[in-house]
Design a protein around this ligand. Sequence first.
Ligand code: NDP
Length: 375
Amino acid sequence: SGNIICSLRRNLSSSSRLRSSMPAWVIDEYGNNGVLRFTEDATAPSVNSASEVLIQVHAASLNPLDISMRRGYGSNLLKLRRDPVSLGQNGGEFPIILGRDVSGVVLDCGSGVTHFKPGDEVWAAIPPWKQGSLAEMVNLTEYEVSHKPRSLSHREAASIPYVAATALSALVNAGGLCRDNCTNKRVLITGASGGVGTFSIQLLKAWGAHVTVTCSHNAEGLVRGLGADEVVDYTAGDVATELGLMEKFDVILDNVGGDSEQWALGLLKSWSGAKYVTLVTPFLLNIDSMGLLEGAVHSGLNLHQKAITNMCNGVFYRWGFYAPDGPALDEVSQLVDAGKILPVVEDTFLFSQVPLAFQKVERGHARGKTVVTVA
Ligand code: NDP
């Protein structure tokens, strides 16, 4: 790792704009942590279209998705999205750079970019089909990028974008919540101690909702500190029974999956527009195992059947997904600078320690986010 650090210092200190290669962590095949490879010769991105923004990465963070993608999760669909003409080709997607969060500085902009200029401090959640942030530079489209909160360091800022984009998409698009309609809304968040949960608690409290969460006993202090009104320790007994004693909920955000939907749907208010939104969906798994067409059809039928069944019981059943959205991050940036949303960084690793950061996230039991400092 000494060599890696030396080469990083050398490379990161030279001008990033003009080089055709850059330091990065890549994978050349899917598998366990051993497939992560450091190289100084990854292809450096450059601005190729009017709407692109080239960013020098200062910090990145890891999400459970990085572990799954390292193993090949979603590869059928992501391969197609990266390069639609490569359909059927095996291995054409490599080398892949993982890392979905970036906080950094704009190096270059396409001629049509109006909101950013070189030197701006920005943050973004990188779509899974694009090259990631475990690299010196990343290239994004203007609408995916947002001005970073001034009050945060790059290290802190990198902990937020992907979980924020996911939580906003799930709570707003699927859950029907927004800053103007949360007063008197009761929301339940399962798996609240991780990345999405710790962000969602703070967002919903900033919007005025009443927030109940489930987590392990040793996360209670963390989630209460972030504003959770009621905390249920899922390790202490039957969580469904305990939650069943409470007033019913308007929205449930499920970060856990498994058998949650068997007991959680009954906790929603009936016939009042209440919604259950799960982030743990079989969509990409189905496409991985059945292929694109069959997997998509199977998923669609599965979702439709659950939606219809639950609609008959007076509640909505929905799947939530990450969606790239720079303007939504602008709103988060304002909440952060107003002190209403804090970064929750559990661990920070150097760029030379990326495999250790993966090991940490792979062990589970996250309490917020794991960040990697790059520059
Ligand atoms: P994290 O790994 O950061 O957090 C998960 C948290 O859940 C941990 O704190 C864990 O702690 C806790 N937990 C585990 N089991 C339970 C349980 N039975 N009840 C309550 N808490 C539990 O994940 P993220 O927050 O980043 O993401 C949450 C889920 O959403 C993941 O499955 C992720 O893959 C998915 N996701 C889906 C997206 C989409 O587009 N559909 C986008 C982003 C995330 P402990 O085990 O110690 O209790």
